[in-house]
Write a protein that binds this ligand. Structure first.
Ligand SMILES: CSC[C@@H](O)[C@@H](O)C(=O)COP(=O)(O)O
Length: 346
């Protein structure tokens, strides 16, 4: 499988997810601003991948600073981080990665700036490697919830492309396959950005994992026909009470799953928890350009001048979430207690 992101000498290289599956093109980011732009335009997307990209971008930013004294260095780095933090609002992993990089900077304020820059590069690489290990652990816990022969519905792309590798929701699928279970995936296409059609279908096909693409309005039909055993999705931010922000359309899937008695699982690393927020009402929902709604793969499908809305995420209330799979174990309701306990172990 191709790498979603890598940090080469002075360059953060990403596969351009806006051009998949038709073209496999890589984008080289040479500055923190390039990385911010790649996050904003969704060249790289998915909560954990955004966090990894941000950390690598901050390392690039640090390397570009000429100041030799710590205070001036930190002031410039913090300013760059403020700008990077504006790239996308919903996935908390962006803020998480920025906070972690700034904390490491402060903890090493005694180092000469040249060494501090090296330390920040090490931290970015640690975040990258930890993300893959985290997903593998999460997969291990998650696959215990999947039975041989299951058909798994997923929404958006919470796979290798949305992380440093292996994936969260698709990590559960991969771990089930690795455990010898025969599973297949139904992938919602995920209008309007088509992460399911373009990315989930692509990466599962690359790995020879059986996948069938459906449009977003088909999942109720397949649930009623008892052709879906379990739903597994990722998350962009999870509030203390277990309310989940994920790609627009997730809420609809969760309500349908409840109606049909199908378990609805969310797979997300501890870095996606935002225990400072009491409920999903406090999670900022990104409003993206209406152009992405009135066009389909850059082809206009709606009349000129029509109004369109584009909330890019929705909130699934905790009552619809059967369990939350993390790298520290599986949280069950009531989430206020179970999530706190798992976060405490991290
Ligand atoms: C492991 S990724 C989990 C979520 O980030 C994913 O499901 C999602 O909603 C991504 O949204 P995107 O707008 O493509 O960044």
């Amino acid at each position: 499988m191709v790498k979603t992101i890598e940090y080469l000498d002075g360059v953060v290289r990403m596969i351009d997810q806006t051009r998949l599956p038709n073209e496999t093109v890589f984008v080289d980011c040479k500055t923190i601003e390039d990385v911010g732009n790649a996050i904003r335009t969704m060249i790289i997307r998915g909560a954990p991948a955004i966090g990894v990209a941000a950390a690598m971008g901050i390392s690039l930013g640090a390397n570009s600073i000429n100041a030799t004294g710590y205070d001036a260095f930190f002031a410039q780095l913090a300013k760059q981080c403020d700008a990077l933090g504006q790239a996308r609002p919903t996935a908390v992993n962006l803020k998480w990665a920025i906070d972690r990089m700034l904390t490491v900077t402060k903890a090493h304020n005694h180092l000469p700036v040249a060494e501090l820059k090296q330390r920040l590069k090490q931290e970015a690489m640690a975040i990258y490697h930890e993300d893959i290990a985290t997903n593998e652990k999460m997969g291990g816990f998650g696959q215990s919830l999947i039975a041989d022969g299951n058909t798994i519905l997923t929404h958006c792309n919470a796979g290798a492309l949305a992380t440093a590798g292996f994936g969260t929701a698709l990590g559960v699928v991969r771990a089930a396959v690795n455990a010898g279970k025969n599973v297949r995936v139904l992938a919602n296409e995920t209008r309007p950005f088509l992460q399911g059609a373009r990315l989930t279908a692509w990466e599962l096909k690359e790995d020879n994992i059986p996948v069938k693409l459906i449009t977003d309005n088909m999942c109720g039909h397949f649930m009623r026909k008892q052709e879906i055993d379990v739903v597994v999705v990722g998350a962009d931010r999870i509030a203390a009470n277990g309310d989940v922000a994920n790609k627009i359309g997730t809420y609809m899937v969760a309500v349908m799953a409840r109606q049909h008695g199908i378990p609805f699982y969310v797979a997300a690393p501890i870095s996606t928890l935002d225990l400072t927020l009491a409920s999903g009402d406090d999670i900022p929902i990104e409003e993206r350009s209406a152009d992405e709604v009135v066009t389909l793969n850059k082809h206009r499908i709606a009349p000129e001048g029509v109004e369109a809305a584009h909330p890019a995420f929705d909130i699934t209330p905790n009552e619809f979430v059967t369990a939350i799979i993390t790298e520290q174990g599986i949280a069950r309701p009531p989430y206020n207690e179970s999530l706190k306990a798992l976060a405490g172990k991290a």
